[in-house]
Design a protein around this ligand. Structure first.
Ligand code: ASP
Ligand code: MG
Length: 461
């Protein structure tokens, strides 16, 4: 069997659903299990509706209802499905009314609310596939064993999910059914609905693939695979043909919004290959993510950047040589629930980075009791994913480009994962630098430069 996951834009309307169904049909013999996201921007619409109910006492599911009912009528799915959807809309409306009356929105309620997106999309897609004579069945993830902890908004699946998913899904497949499963959602031990974090359907798909020992997972998106850089920054960005799980995970984590950062874990363990494909361009080869390390690996695979980063410098001569300094620093961040990304240390100081959205007021106060704390906002992390066994070569070239661009590097870290080199620059310099690095490592397309290729781009590429 294979797992085929379609993201929101690949099922955004009737036309996209038809297109996805065609892709599935062309591989029906491989026994596909489908995992779907909510249609288009439904998750955002639901979050907006929750906000309006909470802050203004205003209840409306119009946008969500319109989008789905239009798809139902465009796909000619008739009245049977409409009844099914009506009861979901009714529950959704009631939930929003509850929020508007209590003016309270807990993580638990929010997860329950956004779950409607995926529950709606699978029902519509499965109904449509049945009109094509496929034996498709819509399934809510919890009905095939998705159990999680109660960490609403970013729940972790319990280990027992794997065994449950394997046994329930293999039975369904044996009956010749094509399961169409909700991505993104699960239930905790008490039966409350949970979500796996934004973009979590990728993780649902890889979990199913690992659990059922699938031949491969296909993640259908709206780009030609994992790209060498963000195409919004680098027009020349091109698909990466092949990449390891580790590299893909680092890329996702450091800002390439192609895959959910945790989605690689299950397949890394099971060795299941992951294919990232473009549903708008199914013929394009896409990106293949798998285990084996490539002897002819290029120097670097991709460049990514993440803006709006805060850099914190903590120094203390008082703590000089004292054991436990770092432990104390990190325990302050940990008790404040703040996640730290990059770290660099010297004997008397430590620099670290975090997402600016996290409020560090309290931590700063606590740290100031024993250290000097300097907080700088407006930074960006630029990350190079590549063959870090050749790190000196990569670092040398990075610094040359930075010098040529007159960009001051403010902190450097080379991940122990051996695939990532990250460094900090000012926010406003990051896009220009990413462009320059891309030009240096990957060359420019022939249309612009008459076929000029940079030396590094050609190196073992
Ligand atoms: N619908 C959810 C989101 O938009 C999950 C997903 O698409 O993977 O984040
Ligand atoms: Mg989505």
């Amino acid at each position: 069997m294979i797992v085929m996951k379609f993201g929101g834009s690949s099922v955004a309307d009737a036309g996209r659903i038809r297109n996805a169904a065609e892709i599935v049909r062309s591989q029906e013999k491989r026994k596909p299990v489908l995992v779907l996201s909510a249609m288009g921007d439904t998750t955002d619409y639901l979050l907006e509706a929750a906000d309006a109910a909470l802050k203004k006492g205003f209840v409306s599911i119009e946008k969500v209802e319109e989008l789905h009912l239009k798809a139902v009528s465009d796909l000619d799915l008739g009245s049977v499905l409409k009844k099914d959807l009506k009861s979901l809309f009714w529950d959704l409306g009631s939930l929003l009314t509850g929020i508007s009356l209590t003016r309270e929105l807990t993580g638990r309620t929010r997860d329950c609310l956004v779950s409607f997106g995926e529950r709606l999309s699978v029902r519509i897609a499965a109904a449509y596939m049945r009109t094509l004579k496929m034996k498709a069945q819509a399934i809510d993830a919890w009905d095939v064993g998705f159990v999680s902890d109660s960490n609403f908004g970013r729940a972790e699946l319990r280990n027992e999910s794997f065994v449950r998913i394997a046994s329930s899904l293999l039975t369904v497949i044996a009956e010749g059914i094509t399961p169409v499963i909700t991505g993104f959602i699960a239930r905790d031990d008490s039966g409350n609905i949970t979500t796996l974090g934004r973009g979590g359907s990728d993780l649902s798909a890889t979990v199913i693939a690992a659990a059922c020992k699938a031949e491969e997972v296909q993640v259908w998106k709206d780009v030609d695979g994992i790209l060498t850089a963000d195409p919004k920054i680098v027009k020349d960005a091109r698909p990466v043909e092949w990449i390891s799980y580790e590299e893909a995970a680092e890329l996702a984590y450091f800002g390439a919004q192609v895959l959910h950062p945790r989605a690689m874990q299950p397949c890394m363990k099971s060795g299941t290959p992951v294919l990232v494909k473009n549903s708008y361009n199914p013929k394009a080869p896409g990106t293949r993510i798998e285990m084996q390390s490539d002897k002819n690996a290029p120097l670097i695979r991709a460049i990514t950047s993440r803006k709006n980063i805060t850099l914190v410098d903590i120094s203390s001569t008082y703590m000089l040589g004292q054991p436990g300094f770092l432990a104390r620093v990190f325990s302050e961040f940990s008790s404040a629930g703040i996640s730290v990304d990059m770290v660099a240390t010297s004997e008397v100081s430590v620099s670290l980075t975090l997402d600016a959205v996290q409020d560090i007021g309290n931590v700063r106060r606590e740290l100031s009791r024993f250290a000097a704390v300097d907080v700088k906002t407006g930074k960006a992390i630029v990350t190079i994913i590549g063959d870090v066994r050749r790190s000196s070569e990569i670092l040398g070239q990075i610094f040359n480009v930075c010098r040529d661009e007159s960009v001051q590097v403010q902190m450097v870290s080379q991940g122990a994962s051996k695939v990532n080199i990250s460094f900090i620059v000012n926010d406003e310099e990051s896009a220009g630098l990413v462009k320059a690095l891309h030009r240096h490592f990957f060359g420019e397309t022939s249309s612009k430069t008459g076929g000029r290729k940079s030396a590094a781009g050609r190196a073992r590429g």
